[in-house]
Ligand binder design. Sequence first.
Ligand SMILES: [Mg+2]
Length: 244
Amino acid sequence: MPPLTTIGFDADDTLWENELYYHAAKRRFAAQLSFACPEEHSLAALDEIEVRNVDIYGYGIKSFSLSMIEAAARLLPDRLEPELIDSVLAISKEMLLHPVELIDGVTAALDRLAAAYSLVLLTKGDLFEQQLKIKRSGIADRFRAVRVLQAKTAEVYAQVLGDLGVPPGEFVMVGNSLRSDILPAIELGARAVFIPHALTWSHEHVQAEHLPSHGWIEIASLADLPSALQALEAEQPWRTAACD
Ligand SMILES: [Mg+2]
């Protein structure tokens, strides 16, 4: 394999916290309906509606807002008062206005890696929301290119790399989602580094038998990324850093 020249970073739950706020919002939603519905029942209904709505509305907080209202309408068909809709919308407005919280060590890791690699930020989701987060993050200037993508498939990665003039063999994608960051990169002939986050939406999970057998490595945090890149370039055995 050729040496790596370019690192693609996922943003949500790789560079900054994201799923944390969805978990808190879901708990708040369930608490608001708890006068009539058991919280576990509300959470299950919301999850089912949210996953289905991604194909209709796309990702992001505005899509999530519609899912909460739909879930409330399903769970409380005779008791969906305007005050309840207001309180549900207040949850999502707070999410939209929340400051970006970088994950520990991100700035130092990017500054260190920028000396040896070209860095790009590839995030999936709602354009308005992601652009706002990128601006609020204060780290946009570390990246050669920033792209907000509607999906993270091998075709989309190929298009982005083509635009940037980066051969897939020189590219490594870093992220917390096996489904969006790791699998499509490997499919394309690039490499990948998986940094699991304690909270990752179940929609992004992949069953073990569908995972590629080589070309990617799992690490615990961005601080381990330089050594993981060296291991990938040296074609170390699969996932040695995680399994040792
Ligand atoms: Mg992510």
